[in-house]
Design a protein around this ligand. Structure first.
Ligand SMILES: Cc1ncc(C[n+]2csc(CCOP(=O)(O)OP(=O)(O)O)c2C)c(N)n1
Ligand code: SF4
Length: 319
């Protein structure tokens, strides 16, 4: 399917209450256009359940189900079994946040993956618990400010690195796992189409910027996702029946600093922390992009000593 062939069925309609520029809303809207009307959706506690279902402005035009935070995997299994029993060909699709996937729903996702249930699990990764006020999750990157990893004398943002959820999911030996971003629409379409047709447990991991949580300009959502990929903070790949394939390889690695500067949540980071994060990203970059026997591809020199945050940046994002 090409971009211009993307059906414009309004299965997730305008009039929902997501913030302008919300990466979660954009990802849902585009995914459901490809999945089509024979889809039934489960959304656990998250921004998406609030902005998509607030009475009387419900935006979903496909069957929608919601119970609790921790059980996306189990609910999808139940939905799929019920449709099967009724002889209906419906795709059971879950849209869960990173909090609901990396942390609180990990066990039920794992159960469904291990049983290879015929469902599509989509993680909308905005790198914190946004709906309840920006608390840190297992998906929050190193250095990021959140309300539970504050910035002050005692702490300088999140001190842990983003959990490697991809490897955890893939370790279940499922048919399909892929990472996606709305900044790479053709790659996005191809992966959703593929996940739609495969049988068994499929997992799509979507990178979804959050405007207030990342303290960023709402007009820059797509730009940020592109820079995330060019800097190595997000990697586009898929694992099909155990075979890993990079689906987009950036030409030259951009400095992580460039990505950080677009977002107020990293504004406070000092040189040492940027260097720590850059080293982590380089390691990840080399693990992903290095061909067997090829030289290491991350050739970025470690940042020189100078202020991490410019006055211009401070003006843009406030104190
Ligand atoms: C068991 C349980 N704990 C806590 C909550 C409160 N809660 C509702 S939404 C939410 C945050 C969801 O974060 P995430 O899954 O990352 O989705 P996002 O809001 O970022 O889209 C929390 C903590 C809850 N509903 N249930
Ligand atoms: S808080 Fe973030 S994830 Fe929630 S609706 Fe706004 S931009 Fe989207």
């Amino acid at each position: 399917m090409r971009l211009k062939d993307l059906p414009d069925d309004n299965l997730f309609t305008a009039g929902h209450t997501a913030c302008p520029g919300c990466g979660v809303a954009m990802s849902i809207r585009n995914a459901i256009r490809i999945l089509g009307k024979d889809t039934a959706v489960y959304v656990p506690a998250s921004c998406a359940v609030v902005f998509g279902t607030t009475f009387p402005y419900g935006a979903w035009k496909v069957p929608f189900f919601h119970t609790a935070f921790e059980n996306t995997g189990a609910c999808l299994t139940g939905m799929q079994a019920a449709f099967e029993k009724k002889g209906k060909k419906v795709i059971a699709v879950g849209f869960a946040g990173d909090g609901g996937t990396y942390d609180i729903g990990l066990q039920s996702m794992s159960g469904a993956a291990e049983r290879n249930d015929d469902i599509l699990y989509i993680c909308l990764d905005n790198e914190a618990y946004m709906n309840t006020g920006i608390q840190r999750s297992g998906g929050t990157p190193f250095g990021a400010w959140t309300t539970t990893t504050p910035v002050g004398k005692m702490s300088q943002g999140n001190r842990r690195f983003k959990k490697n959820l991809g490897d955890i999911v893939v370790a279940h030996e499922i048919p399909y796992y892929a990472t996606l971003s709305i900044g790479h629409p053709l790659d996005f379409i191809r992966k959703v189409e593929k996940a739609k047709d495969i049988k068994g447990f499929r997992f799509l991991h979507m990178f979804t910027p959050c405007i207030p949580g990342w303290k960023m300009d709402p007009a820059k959502t797509v730009e940020v996702t592109k820079l995330a990929v060019e800097s190595g903070m997000w990697t586009l790949y898929e694992v099909e029946n155990g075979e890993k394939r990079i689906t987009y390889k950036p030409g030259k690695m951009k400095r992580v600093r460039e990505y950080l500067m677009m977002q107020g949540r990293f504004r406070h980071m000092n040189e040492e922390d940027i260097k720590t994060l850059q080293t982590w990203v380089c390691r990840k970059w080399n693990l992903h992009y290095k061909e067997k026997g090829a030289p290491e591809v991350c050739e970025i020199e470690m940042p020189e000593e100078h202020h991490a945050v410019t006055e211009e940046h401070r003006e843009m994002h406030g104190p």
